[in-house]
Design a protein around this ligand. Structure first.
Ligand SMILES: [Zn+2]
Length: 123
């Protein structure tokens, strides 16, 4: 076993990944059932949209977890990708797959809404 840093986090990341994957599998089952219930489709549309959004969020987290595990392999885990400062342990405890320190994450979050704007609405 590699000594030091990431081992506790690795277990944490892998557990979280497993959790998301099993949740996703359950959701897929639900999805199939829903598709067959034509009559209830309208009522379920809202739920479905919620599920889609949850799915997108999960997919994003899965991706970030994969990247965090990869960084761990290179011994770069816990280092901000933007400013290369160490990410605060408190932040890693809350978000083990964090790729950026709080400061950089905030400036990234501030950039994002501009991308999310629907060009048709903005026109
Ligand atoms: Zn940073």
């Amino acid at each position: 076993m590699k000594q030091g840093d990431g081992d506790g986090y690795r277990a944490l990341l892998e557990a979280r990944r497993e959790e998301i994957l099993s949740k996703a599998r359950q959701r897929e089952d639900l999805w199939v059932v829903q598709s067959n219930e034509e009559i209830e489709k309208v009522q379920l549309a809202g739920e479905r949209e919620f599920a889609v959004r949850a799915l997108e969020r999960d997919r994003k987290v899965l991706l970030q977890i994969g990247e965090a595990l990869e960084r761990m392999n290179y011994g770069e885990f816990g280092t901000c990708l933007e400013c290369e400062e160490a990410i605060a342990p408190k932040r890693l405890a809350a978000v083990p797959w964090a790729a950026y320190c709080v400061r950089c994450q905030e400036s990234i979050d501030n950039r994002e809404p501009a991308k999310a704007v629907n060009p048709r609405l903005a026109a």
